[in-house]
Design a protein around this ligand. Sequence first.
Ligand SMILES: *Cc1c(COP(=O)(O)O)cnc(C)c1O
Length: 366
Amino acid sequence: MSEWGDGTRCVHAGAAEPVAGQPFLAGPVLAAPFHLGADDFYGRAGNPTWRALESAIGALDGGLCTVFPSGMAAITTLLRTVLSPGDVIAIPADGYYLVRTFLAGLDVQAREVPTVGPWTREVVEGARLVLLETPSNPGLDVCDIKAIAELAHAAGALVAVDNTTATPIGQRPLELGADISVASDTKAVAGHSDVLFGHISVTDEALWTELQRQRSLSGAIPGPFETWMVHRGLGTLDVRLARQAENAAALVAKLRGHEAVANVRWPGSPDDPSHAVAARQMRRFGGVFTFELASADLVARFLATSRLVASATSFGGLHSTADRRAQWGDPVPEGLVRFSAGLEDSHDLVLDVVGALDRALASPVQ
Ligand SMILES: *Cc1c(COP(=O)(O)O)cnc(C)c1O
């Protein structure tokens, strides 16, 4: 498996041995109780459809995987499982906003550290868990997983990485020394904007067993049909990411020179401040980048005149989308746009985006 390329791995990871007369990917097993006498007895505790996807994603991540009904279900289960009252956790100050909201309801002390650091001994000292998010959402800043994992481990802390933006084929946090890779698969892994999903992969078998137990206890379980949809989507992750990255590169090159646009950020660009670390630890880049327009109004006019770019939150899907993050309360400039390049033809997308920016600049302010 490890000698194969990403395309082969996405199609074949975790696949069962072929059985004559059976489908390539078994359909979803829809069962609440099972006939007793084998491993599966009740759908909240275990299900063959979960195990098929867990072995696929686990193989890509290089760990033991547990699937969840959303990225937040994965992250909050991780936090509830690992943290005890009074514990200290280091979290990204610029990371996914709901994590901070959830922690506010737990009796733990959160130390907020910007993704770019400074990552000092004081930051990790006494922490039970260090949660990283790289590239961060929405800022697309990057931190050095290997260096921080060494620092955190020396202080006795566990290290988790929110790997949503990178995906399991874009970055392997466990290989870089992290103990836990957690992600929202709602984004590029499922990839079709039609399902919410999440997972946690870990290196430690005892922690994996506990996460599986916590999922069953909480009852926050993914439906087999959604699980099957994610497995189906995973097969094309490599080709989708390749087109998205190609489109992001083409758009970033054009936007850098456009008079309406400032502060274009994409870790894949050699000019980006995050590029050196990203290029060292990431295996490939994706289709998400950010840029700034002068005002919220200009973003609205840009979106109104584009024919291909949908105004939507989330990212990583087939369709190009743009999200003005300040509308959700992210502490970013009013005109900051997180753009998710879709699978359209580069030529069409560049023409549409540049044309929409030109028209937005020329149209009268409302
Ligand atoms: C979307 C996202 C989440 C939450 O995932 P859901 O599937 O929406 O619950 C967590 N972390 C990051 C970085 C995300 O982008």
